[in-house]
Design a protein around this ligand. Structure first.
Ligand SMILES: [Zn+2]
Length: 135
């Protein structure tokens, strides 16, 4: 059965609108959570900085805390970036395509990690550091 959606595309030729909508919701929720965490970590980082620390052990603990919060918020920020660019791809209509080779990303993979940018093959290449060279 072939149906036309509002914008004239063949349903099924592109990702179903409903499905896309649910990805969008999940991504937007994640985006909000991450934004909160990033802001909260920034505040905590400053608080750790303000504590007047006397002895070396305290200072070490405080800098460890800062370090931890820093790397934590870096991860969050990175993820936030990925989530935001996934939302941008939804708007552009390229969501679900590998940004590198343009192939469709496996549905299960997308389901598990909706902000993923690469298909499995390109992800593996990227992890081996081969993707940059291939582009
Ligand atoms: Zn790919």
């Amino acid at each position: 059965m072939k149906l036309l959606c509002e914008d004239g595309f063949l349903a099924g030729a592109i990702m179903e609108k409903k499905k896309l909508e649910s990805f969008k919701k999940r991504l937007e929720t994640r985006q909000q959570e991450l934004r909160h965490m990033v802001t909260r970590n920034q505040k905590d980082g400053r608080a750790a900085d303000d504590e007047a620390t006397q002895d070396v052990a305290d200072r070490a603990a405080s800098s460890y805390t800062k370090e931890f919060l820093f790397s934590q918020s870096n991860n969050d920020r990175q993820l936030l970036n990925m989530v935001e660019s996934a939302l941008a791809r939804i708007r552009e209509g390229s969501f679900g395509e590998c940004v590198s080779c343009g192939k469709e990303i496996n549905a299960k993979r997308l389901e598990a990690v909706p902000w993923t940018r690469h298909c499995i093959e390109c992800q593996e290449k990227a992890e081996k550091g081969l993707l940059e060279a291939a582009q």
